[in-house]
Write a protein that binds this ligand. Sequence first.
Ligand code: ZN
Ligand code: ZN
Length: 279
Amino acid sequence: MLIGGHISTAGGIYLSPERAAKFSFRTFQVFSKNQRQWKAKPLAENDVEKFRSEVASRGMKKIMIHASYLLNMGTSDPQLKTKVLDGFLEEIKRADILGIDYLTFHPGSANGTTEKDALRNIAENLNQLITKDQGCTILLETSAGQGKTVGHTFEQLAEIIDQIDLKDKVGICFDTCHVFAAGYDIKSKSGYGETMDRFNSIIGLDKLLGFHLNDSKKGINCRVDRHEQIGDGMLGIDGIANFITDRRFSEIPMNLETPLGEDGYFKDLAVMNSVLKEE
Ligand SMILES: [Zn+2]
Ligand SMILES: [Zn+2]
């Protein structure tokens, strides 16, 4: 499988491939800038070169950038919209400068607007930004449905994609914690099969281009976004096993985003490996 995890860029983004390699990851995810700030320093040419050569020499592939949490693409507020579009364009440019394949973002929230309008705004805003010659593919992340966030049902995600002009530039990042929290049974074998069949008929498995591999602190349909270490949560190792043993997804990047981050990945991997050995 193409297992990775969210990796720190402390000290320079070019250090992240080496950090990822410590866990024998074949892929990873980073923030390309501070995820809680609007402004970002431009990427230094030297850093970009070092990053690209580190990625190539370590054979890392299908790397993901996680976009800033501030970018509510669902907004109907014209002032915020301008800021969000600027910020998102910057994310796309940075992904392309770094040669990163996927830019994952939280679709947004229906704060101050209806769900329908939020979904339309997300699609319209993406249509303004996406170009034929951009290198990266933009991934809509499945949400937990906390508060007024949208993207917690497959139907909502399909409704966004249906309104996108350049559909080959968008896909889905499936967060196991979020989908479980949003009410889908991915824990039992039969529930997992049904859920993925539903995903296929509503969105299409060809659109499933990435995973966030997380356990969930809370139970199914809790509608809260609380990650847990692999095997320690309510989704449990059985739920995670459904994904990591599904051969349809063996070349789809799966990134851990568990609460301990790099301090917990060895343990997460050990728990996952115990399942893979039984296979
Ligand atoms: Zn996310
Ligand atoms: Zn989350």
